[in-house]
Structures are given as structure tokens and as C-alpha cells.
Design a protein around this ligand. Sequence first.
Ligand code: MGD
Ligand code: MGD
Ligand code: SF4
Ligand code: MO
Length: 707
Amino acid sequence: MASKTVHTTCLGCISSCGAIYQVENNRIVKVEGDPNHPLTRGFMCPKGLVVEDVRSHRERLRYPLKRIGKRGEGKWKQISWDEAIDETAAKLGEVRDKYGAEAVVGNVGAIGVLAGIDPDIGRFLAEFGTPNRLVSLYICNLPAHLGGIYTCGFSLVFGADYSNSKCIVLWGFGAESAMTGAACVDILEARRKGAKLIVIDPRPTPLARESDIWLRVRPGTDCALALGMLNVVINEGLYDSEFVEKWTFGFDRLQQHVQQYTPEKVAEITWIPAEKIKDAARMYAQNRPAAIGQGGGGLCHGINAFQHNRAISLLPALTGNIDVPGGHIGFAPLLKDRAVMACQYHRVFGKLSEEQIEKTLGYDFNILKHDRYMMAHPAGVWPAITEGKPYPVKAMLALGSNLLSSTEDTLKVREVLMDLDFFAISDLFMTPTCELADIVFPVVHFTERDEIVDAYTRNYIFCHHKIVDPPEECREDKEILIELAKKLGMEGYFKSVEESLNYRLQRVRMTLEEFKEKGKVEAPIEYRKHEKFGGFRTGTGKIELYSETLEKIGSDPMPIHKEPPESPVSTPELARDFPLVLAAGYKVLPYFQATLRNVAALRELVPEPYIDIHPDTAKELGIEDQDWVQIETRRGSIKHKARYNDGLDPRVVVTPHGWWYGYKDGWKEVNVNILTESDHYDPDVGSAPLRGLLCRVKKAAPPEQLS
Ligand SMILES: Nc1nc2c(c(=O)[nH]1)N[C@H]1C(S)=C(S)[C@@H](COP(=O)(O)OP(=O)(O)OC[C@H]3O[C@@H](n4cnc5c(=O)[nH]c(N)nc54)[C@H](O)[C@@H]3O)O[C@H]1N2
Ligand SMILES: Nc1nc2c(c(=O)[nH]1)N[C@H]1C(S)=C(S)[C@@H](COP(=O)(O)OP(=O)(O)OC[C@H]3O[C@@H](n4cnc5c(=O)[nH]c(N)nc54)[C@H](O)[C@@H]3O)O[C@H]1N2
Ligand code: SF4
Ligand SMILES: [Mo]
């Protein structure tokens, strides 16, 4: 019997857990956490333990498929890889010749971005000639990273040093479900050492329940809360005056600006008592070093998402928690411009002219345009597909993404994708988005390929080693791109997967062979780099409390509270019919986004989509605990199961996202993005208002389950 043990890093989410896999006859028979892994020290979650159930799942895609019925009808023919590549290359080439390369949009989902496919599709698109890389980062962590970058010159998210912290703030960040490995292991360690914990979340998360202070914020009002806390920190003299004097720009203006955000006024806006706001500000400022975990969900889904995060970034800036142990350490990605989530691949690969870059269908957003990000956005791409404006988009190549589940305003997304002339996608399973494609490529599972793990890994990069062989007819996403490039005559593109990985590893002067042998690269940690270099990487060289750069590009130089487009305050008329405030989506431990509901061992842990509702509110509506209900917004309605939660504000309801699997027409029956909208976006980064919508709830029959 062929057996082996492989020590490597799990790629199941962004937690980078060290894992030990036992393999027998090409099957993973046991998985354990690796106690020697520097970030996760033995921890693993249920997702990481069931990888064999995923890769050997009976529903896994095992052959390339070609649509034979009408688009979306679900009729397929099995084809060979050569046919799938030939047809896709021919269609992309035709569109390029007829309409220009920009008429092809490349799309990559969260796992693609995080698990190493991103730089490859970036390069592919740049060499093909299109600037249009559509990624979900605008409703993922990007606004949080940019809040720090536009304040301190680096992302405060990557280097939050929880384990050495004396006060941790989890702000719209469900660390215990979303970053259970890399972040939560450190947070729990700091708690054992006595660190204070403040949780800011409308939902009583497990960590909120055992925190020192839980601020039950009204969804979508975090910017006001941060400004209120800044008001207390400044007016009570709790800031680090020496640090502020020496290293920050615009303190006087900020001091003046926050006067309007008194704790009492902010209490009205956020529904948090003024005393609690003061207590939290004091606890944060008086227990140093302190680290704030800025979430990708709670803080990054709104029309003011960038400014939420910018306002929060001002707190560590005023209290000197910058580039110190236990605060926020400035880590540049080890792979620099070749890292995942680096949004300027067209610059790195140098193939696109300025004229072509200017065509990016996302440049209505101030920062995306200013930073020349290679990031297209639905607000630009959808009209290009449906109306040919400002120019036609005819084809999409999507790798590992489920737009029909993940993107706001699903009914519109479906209409748009139905309008494409050609749509090719790669996935492990047939998703509602794959259902709309012309060609579906079956890909290898992460356990079946080598990869570089470099998302959220602080001063490390880790190797993920191939553990088992894939099914015969499954290929890597990188191979799909290589084969397409070959057919399309893209001479400069990678010739092999190894070349691609080697190319990225050049940034740490290592080959794939050496990297696989060593398993990781660790960079030494340096603190207070601003002292060494005489400043920060911002326009003024200082931490920008007031930002002239933002002012110049038409953004607010200091954060201002803005009401969500729908709320009891901004649309009181609407609130009469739709009285409940809805936070649409949060991450659940056993699942990654919309995946894994088909794994029985995980489905047992969270079997249905639950809407959390206060028992008083539910009883008034005649809803019992565990009743199925209909949730309705102006845009549509879906079904979830009611779960009583007496920790919630009675005016607020909370749902997860990512549900479709197992229900008839699940993409529209149980998917929260049917309820969300695409009429309003954050002007700086294009985030969408997924938190703080208005809805109503009533008892309903269960959705139809598929067996
Ligand atoms: N298990 C698992 N882990 C994951 C993922 C996954 O799908 N599953 N996805 C990964 C990805 S791509 C990302 S971006 C991260 C995101 O991970 P997180 O940043 O934790 O994102 P969410 O869970 O969406 O939201 C975090 C918290 O915000 C709260 N919240 C909702 N609305 C508001 C609000 O208006 N204000 C505040 N302050 N809080 C609010 C929610 O109740 C939730 O507890 O997780 C990553 N990790
Ligand atoms: N309402 C609401 N909407 C949200 C959120 C929310 O909180 N609320 N969260 C948002 C966030 S943070 C994000 S990041 C996006 C995520 O949006 P998406 O990335 O579109 O979501 P996923 O469900 O992860 O879809 C990824 C697909 O990739 C497949 N896959 C997994 N591994 C591989 C691989 O190696 N190769 C290929 N080709 N395919 C693979 C999976 O089977 C899955 O179908 O959703 C966002 N949407
Ligand atoms: S938390 Fe993420 S990286 Fe860790 S075991 Fe679970 S899926 Fe894998
Ligand atoms: Mo995300």
C-alpha cells in the first residue's frame, strides 16, 4: 500500500493552518494540525479536516463540459480538453479581433485571489490586452487595506499583532469563524495573558459574549462610531501627544472636525449608549499596545466603506499603536508586486498602454482610478455587457468565482451573464454561475497542486505541497491559462506552472524546488521603520489625519458619517413598509463563501440558512423559533429559517450569505444577494451596501429541498 505523510499548509481559507496529511493509495486518510506551524500552532477547523470528502465528492466535475441547450438550460456535452481549450481560445480571439481586447473580461473569485491564481490571470489579461480584471475585492477586504494605506502608508490589517497586544478590538470581524487559524489563535493567546477585548458587531458573536465591552452597532454606521471614539480620545487627552506631534499631519483640523461627533450624537446614530462609546474609547486608548482587527464583512460592505476604515485607522494613528509590537506592524508583501491581491499586474507585466489602462471599467471610483488598479467593477462591466456602454463587452473568462451567489443584486447579475456572447468558467462543482456558461473547465482541488500561500501570512510565505494526484481529466487553473495563451499566440506568457511559481518566487530569490524543500520563507520583523526611514509612505511622509491626496482626487479628506442609502433615517417612508434593518451576510465556520454545503459532515454543523431575529420581534410577527420565513426587500424575497437571538437589537436581523446548494432554484430562493442592491456604491472603492438594508419578515412555507 502506497502511504506517506505530508507536512504542509492548508489552503481551505485565508487562515493558513499548518497541517499534517496521511495519504494511502492516493486518498487522504487523516488530517491533523501541525503543532510546529509558526502561526497556527496545531489548530485546524472542520473545513480543513474534510478535504478528502470534497475531492472525492460524487458531484465533482471530472470532464470539460460544453453547453448544448439554451444558455442556462442545464444541457451539457462532455468534451475533451483540446476541444474546450480550442473553442475558448477561438471565441476570445474572435471577440478581440472584432471589438478589441477590452471586450473580454477576466473574473476571479475569493479563493482564486487568495490561493494563488490571481497573479496568473492578471498576467494573462495584461498580455491578452484587456485591463478588465473583475474581482470581488471591492466587497472583500480591500476597503480595510486602503483605509490604512491612505492613512499610514500600509495596510493595518496584515500586521495586527494580536498576540502581544494588551487591548484587542474586533471591529466587524468574526475572527472565530473567518480567521480561526492565523488571527484567532493569537487573539485567544492574548486573552489568556489578560488582554482586554472590545467587539463591535450588531450580532452577539461568541467572542462578543465574552468580551469586556461589546458595542452593538447599528449596521452601516461604523464611521460615526469611530468618529465618536476619536472625539473622546482627543477631548479627554488620551492620545499620544509626542507621537502625534512628530509623526502625524493635520491634527488640528481633525480635532475640530470630530467636535460635531459627540458621544451623545453618535449614540443616536449608532444605537449604542453614549457611556459605552466613552468606555470603549477609554479602554482602547489607555491599554497599550492595542490592535484593531478590521473586518472584511462588517466594515467593507457599504457606501461609506472606505471612510469607515479610514476613520478606524485614525485611532491607532493617534495612540501611537503604529509599527510597534502589539500594535499594527507594517509588513510589505514578501512577493511584492507579484503577491496575490496586488492590483497592478498590468504595471508589473508592462504590456498594457496607458490608453488601454484608461479603459478599465472601474475608473468611476476615485481610488481605483487614482491608483490605476487593474480592477474592473460591476458598475462598469454590467452596462458594457447589456448596453455596449461605454464600449461592448462580449466575453468573460471566470476562474473560481460564483458571481450569482457573491455579487449584489443577483437578478441583475443573471440577466447580465445571460447577455454574454461567450462565457467560460472553471470550478470544482457545477454552481448556479457555471450553469450559465458555454464551457466549464473542471479544476484540481488544492490538495492536488503545489502553491505559494501568501495571503494574510504576515512576515511569512508558506508552501502548500501537492498531496495527492488529481482525477485524470482535471487541470489547474494555471494550466488552462497556459494552454489558452499558447493557442492565442501569446508568446510572452508562462510555458509551465513551475515557471509561473518560480517567477513569483524570484522576489525572495528562491526556486520552487528550494521552496518546497524549506516549506516557508520568513522575513525578520522590524519595528518603528518610520524612525529609520524618517517617515511613512504617504504624500506628506507623515500619518495623514487630514489627507490632501484624498482631497485632490475628490474624496473626503477626513471621514464623514453617511447614512446607508436605505435606513430608518435616510428613507423613513420606506421604513414604514420595511421596518427591519438587515445585515446581509457573515462568514460561518464550516463553509467557505458559497461552497461546501454539499459536504455532509459540514452540513450537519449548520444545516440551513438561518436569519437571526429577536424573539420579541418574531413573536409580534407570529414567528416561532425554527419557522421558515420570507425575507423581503424592495428588490425581491428569499426564504431562511428563523432563529431566536435575544442578543440582537429588536430592530435588526442578521443573515449569512452563500446559500444555494440543496434547494430548488436555490440561487434565487435562499440567496441573500437577491435582497441587495446595485444602485449605490462607495465612491472611493466601489463597495456595495450589503449591511443596513431595510427588509420585512413573515412566516412562510419551507423552500423546496432537493434530495
Ligand atoms: N469560515 C470562513 N472563513 C472565511 C471566509 C468564509 O467564507 N468562511 N471568507 C474569507 C473572506 S474572503 C473574507 S473577506 C473574510 C471576512 O471575514 P469577516 O471580516 O469576519 O467578515 P464577515 O463574517 O462577513 O463579517 C464580520 C462581522 O461583521 C458583522 N457585521 C455585519 N454588519 C456589520 C456592521 O455594519 N458593522 C459592524 N461593525 N459589524 C457588522 C457580522 O455580524 C460579522 O460578525 O473571511 C475569510 N474567512
Ligand atoms: N451579501 C453578501 N455577499 C457577499 C459577502 C457577504 O458577506 N454578504 N461576502 C463577499 C466576499 S468577502 C467575497 S470574497 C465574495 C466571494 O465571492 P466568490 O469568490 O465569487 O465566492 P465563492 O463562493 O467562494 O466562489 C468561488 C468558487 O470557486 C470554486 N473553487 C474553489 N477552489 C477553486 C480552485 O482552486 N479553482 C477554481 N477554478 N475554482 C475553485 C468554488 O467551488 C466556488 O464555486 O463574496 C462576497 N459576497
Ligand atoms: S481555518 Fe482555513 S486554513 Fe485553517 S484548517 Fe480551516 S480551512 Fe484550512
Ligand atoms: Mo472576502
